[in-house]
Design a protein around this ligand. Structure first.
Ligand SMILES: NC(=O)c1ccc[n+]([C@@H]2O[C@H](COP(=O)([O-])OP(=O)(O)OC[C@H]3O[C@@H](n4cnc5c(N)ncnc54)[C@H](O)[C@@H]3O)[C@@H](O)[C@H]2O)c1
Ligand SMILES: O=C(O)C(=O)C[C@@H](O)[C@H](O)[C@H](O)COP(=O)(O)O
Ligand SMILES: [Zn+2]
Length: 357
């Protein structure tokens, strides 16, 4: 396996997943090891690691697939399996799945006996470049995204690009949105390279290089501010509005993939960046056209504005009653804690609507 020499989170690119995992599990050879999967990754991914010494199907905890299962019921299921399986503070939990099992399993590990070690083996593009790195764990609650959770770094993250070969196109495209987000934080040059990449017909060697670069961009930010007191808010670009879109979709019982919500949210928030900070309007329109082509359109109306805005008031970046956005002056020049009033947010929601007619 190849270390990415990340700092806050220890991330490796796997060369032989089972062999590399066995190496990372050596310190736990006398301890019980549990695996969290969802229904799909149990079938598709668990067989790859099942024969690793210390892994047992009896200690594979399966939760429902999809964000609607990132909830207290799934969390209790994991806690109960750890208790009934005789887990101790020295046990190991392995999260084998996308961002949802990584977030939920990570939170279960962070809270069981006040914290046990966990290893993330991300199986979606979104989890490989974002969710498995940085230590944000948690669940959705009362319709709000990641309302309950904690910061706890995975002991290790093992990224195996070949796991993406079974991922459907929609989820590959979803994960690419977080890579686009990281590119906006990096530079014009890296943004141009990322937007030029054809995620619907990927060159796997280049995708591997872009994944590694994306992970390092995120880890650099997390290393500077692990608990999101300031600059880590940069990683939340597109998420104030994106999470509101995600909550609206969940409320409609038509869940929106996280990356799609972030892509749509970035269009609206780059409009805010233009209005507030002079971010170039031609770059706003560029992303609007790109997302329409690759992600489609998120449908809502002015009748949804109050619900969307109320959801945004729960965003964790807000402080002292002020709604704080992460915006950009230019690609690579981030402006965190930019306060926006309701009428400015409504103008951004209107821009998204009218730009997609
Ligand atoms: N903690 C963080 O820093 C962070 C960052 C970004 C997103 N997130 C969270 O991550 C979640 C989204 O993650 P996601 O997009 O990976 O969703 P997900 O974990 O729900 O996976 C998406 C779908 O792909 C399936 N799947 C997973 N791996 C597969 C594979 N290898 N082959 C075939 N199918 C596979 C899953 O079963 C699921 O149906 C959201 O809850 C979001 O809030 C967290
Ligand atoms: O790691 C971070 O910090 C992020 O903001 C990464 C986001 O892509 C991710 O969706 C995160 O879960 C959002 O965090 P939240 O604090 O807005 O719930
Ligand atoms: Zn995200």
């Amino acid at each position: 396996m190849q270390s990415l020499h990340t700092q806050e989170t220890d991330v490796y690119l796997a060369e032989d997943l089972a062999k590399d995992l066995a190496h990372l599990m050596e310190p736990y050879q006398n301890e019980k090891v549990f695996v969290v999967t969802d229904e799909n990754t149990q079938k598709l991914c668990f067989p790859i690691i099942e024969k690793v010494p210390g892994i047992s199907a009896d200690r594979c905890i399966v939760i429902g697939a999809g964000d609607e299962h990132k909830d207290t019921a799934s969390l209790i299921r994991v806690w109960e399996a750890l208790v009934e399986g005789g887990a101790t503070r020295h046990s190991l939990l392995i999260n084998l799945g996308g961002g949802m099992p990584c977030d939920l399993g990570g939170f279960a590990a962070a809270t069981f006996k006040r914290g046990i070690d966990f290893i993330n083996i991300p199986t979606t593009l979104l989890a490989q470049v974002d969710a498995s790195v940085g230590g944000k764990t948690g669940i959705n609650f009362k319709g709000y995204k990641n309302e309950i959770g904690s910061f706890m770094q995975a002991k290790h993250v093992l990224v195996d690009i070949s796991l993406l070969k079974s991922l459907d196109e929609a989820n590959l495209i979803s994960g690419f949105a977080e890579m686009i987000k990281h590119a906006y934080l990096k530079s014009n040059e890296f943004l141009d390279r990322t937007l030029a990449f054809d995620i619907r017909n990927p060159d796997w060697q280049e995708l591997t290089e872009l994944v590694a670069a994306s992970i390092i961009i995120k880890d650099d930010v997390v290393t500077a501010d692990p608990l999101e007191k300031n600059i880590r808010k940069a990683l939340n670009l597109g998420h104030t509005i994106g999470h509101a879109f995600e909550s609206l979709a969940l409320k409609r019982h038509r869940p929106l993939l996280h990356g799609y919500a972030v892509a749509f949210g970035m269009v609206a928030e780059l409009y805010l960046a233009h209005a507030k900070l002079g971010f170039p309007m031609d770059l706003v329109d560029q992303l609007s056209l790109y997302t329409k082509r690759v992600y489609g359109v998120f449908e809502y109306s002015a009748a949804d504005f109050d619900y969307l805005y109320e959801t945004m008031t729960h965003d964790k970046k807000n402080q002292s009653g002020r709604m704080n956005f992460t915006l950009l002056r230019q690609p690579g020049d981030v402006a965190i804690n930019t306060h926006c009033e309701k009428d400015e947010v409504v103008a951004a929601l209107n821009y998204y609507l009218t730009s997609n007619i």
